[in-house]
Design a protein around this ligand. Structure first.
Ligand code: OGA
Ligand code: MN
Length: 194
């Protein structure tokens, strides 16, 4: 598990699963910095909330380094990765946006592409899982498909694990969770088009 393996995997297969990206105590410390009040997650360009609960059931809060040192350290780590990706893959990644997500029991996120048709700025998606006691039967797995909608794999949302994938290429869904499910999603962004 290293940045070089990440870069190789992203350039050959377009995705990578990095187990133990963070250790348990880092995850706990990040959780302590998360504000108590989250917002219903939004989808789509105009960020309309209408009908969203039929598509996704999570609540989110955008993360800022000011929320605490553990969050600032996570963002520093992602900045290091952004620079390495640019240096080796010439992806022109300019920014990183990231939010904490909490799905209540019964929550899910229907199959979608994070950057359909590649018109948005999202180039690489990251999801860091934070579920310390996840076990088989708890649900909330991430299911990933290829461009042609063939099933690729199903991923357990285990604490410390991070997945990276190209935001334009991989449809994916979150299966209904039987437990509270917590994660931090992030996106490396390309240049703003004016
Ligand atoms: C998303 C998303 C997947 C996950 O936030 O866009 O698809 O496993 N998350 O939480
Ligand atoms: Mn997604």
């Amino acid at each position: 598990m290293s940045i070089n393996t990440l870069i190789d995997s992203l350039s050959t297969q377009g995705w990578y699963v990095w187990d133990d990206f963070l250790i348990s105590s880092d995850i706990q410390e990040i959780k302590h910095c998360i504000p108590n009040t989250l917002q219903d997650a939004r989808i789509g360009h105009r960020e309309s909330l209408q009908g969203n609960r039929a598509i996704r059931g999570d609540q989110t809060v955008w993360l800022e380094p000011e929320m605490g040192v553990p969050i600032a350290l996570y963002m520093d780590k992602m900045e290091e990765i952004r620079q390495a990706l640019n240096y080796q893959l010439f992806l022109g990644l300019r920014d990183f946006e990231t939010h904490f997500c909490r799905y209540p029991n019964g929550g899910f996120y229907k199959k979608h592409v994070d950057n359909p048709r590649g018109v948005g700025r999202r180039k690489i998606t990251t999801v860091l899982y934070m579920n310390e006691s996840w076990k088989l039967g708890d649900g909330g797995e991430l299911v990933v498909f290829d461009k042609k909608d063939n099933h690729l794999f199903k991923l357990e949302p285990l604490a410390g694990r991070m997945i990276f994938f190209m935001s334009e290429e991989f449809p994916h869904e979150v299966l209904p969770t039987e437990q509270k499910r917590e994660s931090i999603a992030g996106w490396f962004l390309t240049e703003k088009i004016l």
